[in-house]
Design a protein around this ligand. Structure first.
Ligand code: S3P
Length: 448
């Protein structure tokens, strides 16, 4: 089921207390945006703390194909010599975005209002994911998309030669869709307006402003109204990428459920559009303290001190879903180790991620002996208490990094080891996962 040529089977075993400092890598969402906005500025943007996961490396390669000079100077330290808004060259070859929905959708937006064409593809997971959610609004600017049935990759996008500004209400809570429209709006004359009924991660808005674009956000009864004035001259920036709260989620959740653990995860974003998991964990009874609150790279951050805790199931408010959308897989593992039932509603977006994450978690947790209920928009986990999960299964990762890492976290506390059929996708977002977890005392190994 891996779909990869060289699957890496991995196994996690019951581990002693996790201790130490977990330095998680840079934020994936912010890393993609820094490369793309750097490429759309005239002059040199410097980035530190860039996530060097495969998803981001694929976006760096794509920016080179569109004419930007992208150079790595050292670990996490990169520069981008941009070509300016409207300055993209037509790529000479197919753009392969690998596993990254964020990469392909943001890049499509960034070229959709230039008079060039580009053909996009990706791995077996990305080729299953819907692109209509971005090509529909991009068509309003005048771009045309030619893809496979159901709006799937490979797909050619023909940019609008004479783009129109757009007013668009996003039909689903999606920062990727919002960002694709805003990036397209950069090269359209006049004002492009995006309205989102529910707030999603706001890194594009923050960073567009940082690069000098005129952008306003108004909270109105119909939702967040984001207005961007087109055709700015973006000014190159120094971007310090904060650490990724979605990666921090894995050591944090592991420490909560492995008895006796006590770890520190420094510099974790507390951006309210990203921190829903931490709010949820605290409601479940987690012992997390938020120390040294400060600002890093334009984002509020804190050092998280996390101690193992007895957790109880809760009903996660559906309106919180957007602020923790990538964290439901690992939350469902925590829920399996809590007492009582955890109800996660309003989560149907999980079905169109790197995998159908409701199905992937439900099947794997069931194989490990956990009772699950699900429907199109809901996942319910019946907790078995600390040490109560039998484990002893090999779970399919479905080319999905977060599914693989979630089951490996479960293996640290299950009675019998838990394996994943393919841990190779972990490199897309968290290339240092194995070393970092081993440093805390987690027993996670590659099978010979
Ligand atoms: C992301 C937005 C989210 C998230 C993804 C990263 C982004 O996707 O799941 O990992 O960087 O904009 P959606 O926009 O599809 O919700």
């Amino acid at each position: 089921m891996s779909g990869h040529d060289n699957p890496i089977k991995m196994t996690a075993r019951k581990s002693g207390p996790l201790k130490g400092v977990a330095d998680v890598p840079g934020d994936k969402s912010i890393s993609h945006r820094a490369l793309i906005l750097g490429a759309l500025s005239v002059g040199e943007t410097r980035v530190t703390g860039l996530l060097e996961g495969q998803d981001v490396l694929d976006t760096a390669k794509a920016m080179r194909a569109f004419g930007a000079e992208v150079v790595r100077h050292g670990a996490g330290s990169w520069s981008i010599h941009g070509v300016g808004v409207g300055g993209f060259a037509e790529p000479a070859d197919v753009i392969d975005c690998g596993n990254s929905g964020t990469g392909v959708r943001l890049i499509m937006g960034s070229m959709a209002t230039s008079p060039i064409s580009a053909t996009f593809t990706g791995d077996a997971s990305l080729r299953k994911r819907p692109m209509g959610r971005v090509t529909d609004p991009l068509a309003l600017f005048g771009a045309r998309a030619y893809g496979r049935k159901g709006g799937r990759l490979p797909m050619t996008l023909v940019g609008a030669a004479d783009p129109m500004p757009v007013r668009y209400v996003t039909p689903m809570p999606s920062a990727q869709v919002k960002s694709a429209v805003l990036l397209a709006g950069l090269n359209a004359p006049g004002q492009t307006v995006v309205i989102e009924r529910e707030a999603t991660r706001d890194h594009s808005e923050r960073m567009l402003r940082g690069f000098g674009a005129e952008l306003t956000v108004e909270d109105a009864p119909e939702g967040r109204i984001i207005t961007l004035t087109g055709q700015p001259e973006l000014r190159p920036q120094s971007v310090a990428v904060p650490r990724d709260p979605s990666s921090a989620a894995f050591p944090v959740c592991a420490a909560l459920i492995v008895e006796g653990s006590d770890i520190v995860v420094p510099g974790v974003s507390q951006n309210p559009t990203r921190n829903g998991l931490f709010t949820t964990l605290v409601e479940m009874g987690a012992d997390i303290t938020f120390e040294n609150p400060r600002e890093e790279g334009g984002e509020p951050v804190a050092d998280l001190r996390v101690r193992a805790s007895a957790l109880r199931g809760i009903e996660v408010p559906p309106e919180r879903a957007a602020s923790m959308i990538d964290e439901y897989p690992v939350l469902s593992v925590v829920a399996a180790c809590a007492t009582g039932t955890t109800v996660m509603r309003g989560v149907k977006e999980l079905r169109v991620k790197e995998s159908d994450r409701i199905d992937a978690m439900a099947r794997g947790l069931e194989a490990c002996g956990v009772r699950i209920e699900e429907d199109e928009d809901t996942l319910i986990v019946h907790g078995m208490g600390l040490g109560g999960v039998p484990g002893g299964a090999t779970c399919a990762s479905h080319i999905d990094h977060r599914i693989a890492m979630s089951f490996l976290v479960l293996g640290l506390v299950a009675q019998k080891p838990v394996s994943v059929d393919d841990g190779s996708p972990i490199a897309t977002s968290f290339p240092v996962f194995e070393g970092l977890m081993a440093g805390l005392g987690a027993q996670i190994d590659r099978d010979a």
